[in-house]
Design a binder for this molecule. Structure first.
Ligand code: HEM
Length: 171
């Protein structure tokens, strides 16, 4: 019996992305013994972004100059470690064909670049006087950065846990 036209057309449809020969090549290349450097390095900017907000809040609460100084150091190191984490992530994105081909990897990239510019702004803003910068705009920027890092990190986790990007295929 001849195949109905609709079924025939469906059978002929090919997704050019998923049918790409390298679509399943998703193992990390920027890694130490199979452990992705990006996954290891993101802990630092994530934690330091939270520390910046924590130090700002403690300055607001206590008025102790120590916390305003701690906040400027946390903001600067969050940005610098963020750049390093971003560099390893970008190399991974460009070097691994199965990661490069997936739209969610690029969504994470866009979120991360926005986060890095916010982290840089939070540090740069404090250069004009780290104590006067905290209230109100420094702490507001820190609070916003906490939300941004949570979104970026959550999305990065999605790449690993939902799409298994960067994970080893060895058993
Ligand atoms: C700027 C460019 C960035 C790119 C292109 C990028 C790309 C990636 C990729 C491809 C993965 C999948 C795992 C792997 O292959 O290593 C990933 C995971 C992840 N990324 Fe990024 N990333 C970037 C920046 C960032 C930044 C700035 C943060 C947070 C500060 C971040 C947080 C995460 C987290 C939390 C994971 C999950 C790690 C895990 O659970 O193992 N990424 N990223």
């Amino acid at each position: 019996m001849p195949q109905p036209i609709v079924q025939k057309a469906e059978a002929m449809q090919v997704d050019p992305i998923t049918s790409h020969p390298n679509f399943d090549l998703t193992e990390s290349k920027i890694a130490i013994n199979g452990h992705p450097i990006h996954a290891m390095s993101v802990a630092f900017p994530v934690a330091l972004t939270f520390c910046t907000f924590g130090a700002d809040a403690l300055y607001w609460w206590t008025g102790d100059l120590f916390w305003a100084r701690a906040a400027v150091w946390a903001a600067g190191t969050a940005f610098l470690f963020g750049l390093a984490a971003g560099a390893s992530g970008t190399l991974e994105l460009l070097a691994v064909p199965g990661i490069r081909k997936r739209a969610p990897a690029w969504t994470h990239f866009v979120l991360a670049v926005m986060l890095l510019s916010l982290l840089g702004a939070n540090w740069g803003y404090r250069m004009g006087g780290f104590e006067s910068a905290v209230l109100p705009y420094g702490i507001l920027l820190s609070a916003f950065n906490v939300l941004a890092v949570m979104m970026t990190g959550w999305h990065g986790g999605k790449l690993v846990f939902d799409y298994h990007l960067g994970t080893s295929k060895r058993n």
